[in-house]
Ligand binder design. Structure first.
Ligand code: GLY
Length: 393
């Protein structure tokens, strides 16, 4: 009879058991696992820099609520040329970013966006926006009511006209985050304190690294004292036959803004309210009512399909509505405050973060987005230890 092979010795090695548990020391620790933090980590890893993300619940904040409009033109506002420039550069970066993640995997679609006016006053508002588009040299087409309906037959016959932007595009943010989570290491902990070269987690671990990046979205203000505030957006998900709505539509309905973004699988995301009431993520009857009232005025055919989800997310907003991307006087890299454009600006923010970490030139002039623009202003905020978690941007 042949000898049995010796079984491996699985008894614990007393020497190993007595060693202290030392967390790994990556080059970069990113606080916040929303689309901004995850994209930055992915870019760093591609650039050969070891990066890890800290977040107790990655991808469950604003990125999970977001509709995924990549709409620099429809998100252009008077007096914000520097934000428009960043958003246009971000928009140009998206096709390659989507390609790197898988165009179908993230449901990236480049079919333009239509903005429609419900009544005469809404048309005046859109005409004013059209003037801004022309002044900025943006490629848009002003359309009559009938021309809008030819592009999107689901629009109500009574709409007064619109603006079509061929440059705007869209993606499914949940799929983007899921794909990034397949590629990026995440440690499920909250950050309690941050310094340029270390993070202390809420369970007392000290994580040392070469550079700390904070991408904690609406929670950044509580972690670092910068004047970032949460701006609540309630958002709905409907589900209907594939192709029911051809184009993403943004409407102005009796002065209120509403949008409907179709996915390839028949989901239609309807958003979003804009409310300033702190860290409140309740979905309210009034919020849902307003969104349905306005979207059905614009696209009455949606009334027959299923309402499958209601949710609220917190956009991170700075006082001047511009993101904060740069190295602060405290030596920390900031990547936050992306407000209404976190999904859009994720690839360019990621490239910028990697350049900042490596001391390279950034893809565009970041001086309008510098953290130091708020240095002279007291924030009046004191950190609240209960809310020092790295929650996604
Ligand atoms: N980007 C759309 C929103 O923030 O509602």
């Amino acid at each position: 009879m042949a000898d049995k092979p010796a079984s491996p010795d699985t008894s614990p090695n007393p020497e190993v058991l007595s060693m202290p548990i030392v967390p790994p020391s990556p080059d970069v620790v990113i606080v916040g696992g929303g689309v901004i933090g995850l994209s930055a980590a992915w870019q760093l890893l591609q650039d050969g820099i070891d990066a890890v993300v800290l977040d107790p619940a990655p991808g469950t904040g604003a990125s999970h609520a977001a509709a995924g409009m990549l709409a620099p033109i429809h998100e252009a506002y008077w007096g914000e040329s520097h934000i428009l420039e960043l958003n246009l550069a971000a928009s140009r970066a998206w096709p390659a970013f989507a390609d790197s993640l898988g165009v179908d995997t993230v449901d990236y679609r480049h079919n333009g966006m239509l903005m429609a006016a419900y009544d005469a006053d809404d048309k005046a508002l859109l005409d004013n926006l059209g003037d801004l588009h022309e002044q900025e040299g943006l490629p848009v087409e002003r359309l009559r009511s009938r021309e809008c309906r030819a592009r999107e037959p689901l629009l109500a016959p009574g709409i007064r006209g619109g603006v079509y932007s061929p440059l705007d595009h869209q993606v499914n943010p949940r799929r983007v985050v899921a794909e990034l989570l397949n590629r990026v290491p995440v440690v499920p902990v909250s950050a309690a304190e941050v310094a340029p070269h270390q993070v202390i987690t809420d369970d007392g671990q000290v994580m040392a690294c070469r550079q700390v990046v904070v991408a904690a979205g609406a929670w950044t203000g509580r972690l670092l004292g910068v004047p970032i505030r949460p701006i609540k957006g309630q958002i709905l998900r409907l589900s209907g036959p594939e192709g029911l709505l051809r184009l993403p539509v943004r409407g102005v309905v009796r002065g209120s803004s509403v949008y409907a973004v179709p996915r390839s699988d028949g989901e239609i995301v309807v958003g979003a309210t804009q409310e300033e009431q702190g860290f409140d993520t309740r979905v309210t009857a009034g919020g849902v009512y307003e969104l349905l009232r306005d979207v059905l005025a614009l696209l009455p055919g949606l009334s027959e399909i299923d309402l499958v989800e209601t949710r609220a997310g917190l956009r991170p907003g700075a006082p001047d509505n511009a993101p904060i991307i740069g190295i602060g006087a405290d030596g920390i890299v900031y990547a936050t405050g992306h407000y209404r454009n976190g999904i859009l600006t994720s690839p360019i923010t990621a490239t910028a973060v990697s350049a900042l970490v490596q001391g390279h030139q950034t893809p565009l002039d970041l001086s309008p987005f510098s953290p130091s623009r708020f240095d002279a202003r007291p924030t009046g905020r004191t950190p609240d230890p209960e809310h020092l978690s790295g929650v996604p941007a």
